[in-house]
Design a binder for this molecule. Structure first.
Ligand SMILES: *Cc1c(COP(=O)(O)O)cnc(C)c1O
Length: 399
């Protein structure tokens, strides 16, 4: 397919400006034209019109999580998703609490790093780059460490793309009366997460992932009783979630300068989310993207890190071909020249790369991507996409 064909073959779902690449990355991602256009005006941060938008957004996020504002609060916070994770951990875990951090990638590790900064004690279950924490392991750890007050789990660990067994782990945690804090950053809005199925205390996500907004803020959905009793826990003025919430409840405004354009774009993105059929609709499209991608890549000889049962509809890790002509940087540049931006891998032992399935893309665009990949590999002189024989690839080591 030539470059000109790509441009004319673009379907209506996404219309980035001429020459703008599709972002096949886990946020920021490709947003719709309507979302971009919603940012073409300025808003006063104290103005009633803007405050109404904030209120709408907060209430829609609560409904998406299947909770009412009588028992849960939605607190948006300026900054990237990590700011919200940090604020949530400081708020939800008592200063003398102890948290079990389930890790199988970069974001679980980051949570532990945050706890180091906060001076909160924790126990870590580190499963390495991609193995899922198992509910039985969690049960055992909770039973042998009764002082643990809360459990932290990343729903979709974006560094490998694995969808962790959240429901099963939530059951184990709740049966023991512990708090459950879920980093649902890269899954919220595209993988069902409602309180009736997953009895969570805290869910954290951000504007620029599956809701398809632009970066600028994260949000924390937290049990009211929990945030109400969190006075004195915050370590930071700007990340004090309780203060942020109380100020917002009292005035309808953000405590400090809000990311106005990002909030307005997010409201527009939420509208499109609803039009697409809400969470199930979005999940269906992303799943189709993933299926088209994985099928096409396997046909070329690529292998996925994970077996099918662990694949998320969010992002997929592929092993790099062992072929001597394959270099990620060159592959990246060739794809970028064909208007697709992919993502480097995050595995510590083997070379890999990641391709996101989220954002304003559909199967037709994924098919164009597959053509671009075929093209890129041929230009690079890579005629065999099978990966190295590292033991990590042998079936016994795969989850
Ligand atoms: C994106 C993401 C975050 C937050 O990352 P930021 O770069 O701070 O936005 C946290 N957890 C997961 C699982 C993520 O995918």
């Amino acid at each position: 397919m030539s470059r000109a064909d790509f441009l004319t073959a673009r379907p209506a779902i996404a219309a980035p400006a001429l020459g703008e690449p599709y972002l096949l990355t886990p946020g920021p991602l490709t947003t719709s034209l309507a979302t971009k256009q919603s940012m073409l005006r300025d808003w006063g941060s104290w103005d009633g019109d803007f405050n109404r938008i904030t209120a709408e957004v907060r209430s829609e996020l609560l409904s998406m999580a299947g909770v009412g504002d009588d028992t849960y609060a939605c607190v948006p916070l300026q900054g990237s998703g990590t700011f919200a994770v940090e604020a949530a951990l400081a708020t939800a875990v008592a200063r003398d609490g102890k948290i079990l951090v389930l890790m199988n990638g970069a974001y679980g590790k980051r949570a532990a790093q945050i706890l180091d900064y906060l001076g909160r004690s924790y126990v870590a279950l580190d499963k390495g780059d991609y193995l899922p924490p198992q509910p039985e392991e969690v049960a055992e750890l909770l039973d042998s460490n009764p002082e643990i007050s809360d459990v932290f789990l990343v729903h979709c660990e974006t560094s490998s793309g694995i969808l962790n067994p959240l429901r099963e782990i939530a059951e184990v945690v709740k049966a023991r009366g512990k708090g459950l804090i879920v980093d649902a950053m890269s899954s919220f809005g595209a993988v069902p997460l409602t309180v009736d199925k997953v009895p969570f205390d805290v869910v954290i996500a951000s504007a620029n992932k599956c809701i398809e907004g632009i970066p600028g803020f994260g949000f924390v959905i937290i049990r009211r009783a929990l945030i109400e009793q969190s006075k004195g826990r915050a370590h930071s003025l700007s990340l004090d979630l309780l203060e942020q919430w109380q100020y917002m409840e009292r005035t309808g405004q953000w405590r400090f300068t809000p990311p106005t354009h990002s909030v307005v774009a997010f409201r527009q993105a939420l509208e499109q989310h609803a039009e697409e059929g809400g969470v199930p609709g979005r999940q269906a499209r992303y799943t189709r993207n993933r299926e088209t991608l994985v099928k096409g890549m396997r046909a070329m000889g690529f292998q996925t890190l994970l077996e099918d049962r662990w694949l998320s509809p969010i992002i997929t890790t592929f092993f790099s071909p062992a072929h001597p002509n394959f270099q990620f940087k060159r592959f990246y540049d060739e794809l970028k020249a064909r208007q697709f931006i992919i993502y480097p891998g995050k595995l510590t032992r083997v070379e890999s790369f990641r391709i996101g399935c989220i954002g304003q893309i559909d199967e037709r665009i994924v098919t164009q991507l597959l053509c671009a990949i075929t093209d890129a590999l041929s230009v690079m002189g890579v005629d065999d996409c099978s990966p190295t024989n590292d033991p990590v690839l042998s079936e016994g080591h795969r989850p």
